[in-house]
Design a protein around this ligand. Structure first.
Ligand code: GLV
Length: 312
């Protein structure tokens, strides 16, 4: 049976795949062109992929033998799920195993923005730290004791809440379907946005959440409040966010963007008050290993017409 791998796969995973399937691997860091992908998919029973590879109706239409799509990501907004399901294709992703790493990074961004870590690092490296300790050097804001609003209370939102309790934060939360989480106060979106010192996003990108943090909703946030996004860029109206950052009204810690990689001419790169990371929420050795293991298990199960360990 044949498998297509749409990205340069780590050697250890490739060895395992080769033992079981005839594999075709896209070896370049430039994303696989859609027409190449379509022609590969026409010939395989399984595909191992990542979030950089859109799998829409156009490439899936000709994938007549495809039994399983396994993505090395928890997010599945790059896949036309409805169409794949109509085609009878099983879908696997990697929830759970990246929860802690992503929650750690979200809290890390809260600290990095609040305590101006990137600015401090740049100052020291530039040799511009000339006066030693100063009473007013790089004054920031505390995470301890702040009010943090979490939008989306799935496993990652809950893991962030757990960490924030250790910082003595007052945690507000909003979730599409109401939940009860000890020590967390659930509110409507508007109340959350207008009361939080920090707003952190933990929802999936879907038709319902695209653009959810709109200009109007950003306008509800307190002056100097901080937006943390380790979810998906498309959830936020980035044009409105850029404006709010440019005037210094809001601050932000961003790991994700509507367009990735962030274009070289993106205004984000020149804005004050924000820390920018290159989509590394799950990027630890341990978590990435676990993601690959789960994605391979999904792929193998799908190829054998068995239930996927982490099906969508
Ligand atoms: C990362 O963004 C993922 O969806 O796994």
């Amino acid at each position: 049976m044949k498998v297509a791998v749409t990205f340069p796969i780590p050697e250890a995973a490739k060895v395992l795949l080769d033992e079981m399937f005839e594999c075709r691997v896209w070896e370049s860091d430039v994303p696989i062109p859609q027409d190449t992908l379509a022609s590969w998919l026409a010939e395989v029973q399984g595909v191992l992929t990542t979030l950089t590879c859109p799998l829409g109706e156009e490439v899936l239409t000709g994938a007549q033998n495809l039994k399983v799509i396994s993505t090395v990501s928890v997010g599945v907004d790059h896949i036309d799920i409805d169409f794949a399901k109509r085609q009878g294709i099983a879908l696997g992703h990697t929830p759970g195993v990246l929860t802690d790493s992503t929650a750690d990074l979200a809290v890390g961004l809260m600290l990095a923005v609040g305590r101006r870590m990137a600015e401090g690092d740049a100052l020291v490296r530039a040799g511009a730290w000339s006066d030693g300790w100063k009473p007013n050097l790089l004054l920031g804001t505390d995470l301890s004791g702040s009010t943090v609003g979490l939008i989306g209370m799935g496993p990652i939102g809950q893991a962030v809440a757990k960490r924030l309790k250790g910082f003595g934060c007052h945690v507000l939360a909003w979730n599409r379907t109401p939940r009860e989480v000890a020590g967390v106060e659930f509110t409507d979106l508007e109340t959350l946005l207008s009361n939080a010192d920090i707003v952190s996003l933990h929802t999936a990108l879907t038709d319902d959440t695209r653009g959810m943090i709109s200009r109007e909703r950003l306008g509800l946030m307190k002056d100097q409040a901080m937006l943390i996004n380790t979810a998906r860029g498309g959830i936020v109206d980035e044009v409105a966010l850029v404006e709010a950052l440019a005037t210094g009204r809001l601050r932000a810690g961003l790991d994700v963007y509507a367009e990735e990689p962030l274009p070289l001419d993106s205004v984000f790169r020149s804005l004050p008050g924000c820390v920018l990371l290159p989509h590394v929420g799950s990027a630890t050795e341990r978590t990435r290993r676990a993601m690959f293991e789960l994605a391979l298990a999904n792929l193998v199960a799908g190829m054998q017409d068995e239930p996927l360990p982490a099906a969508l």
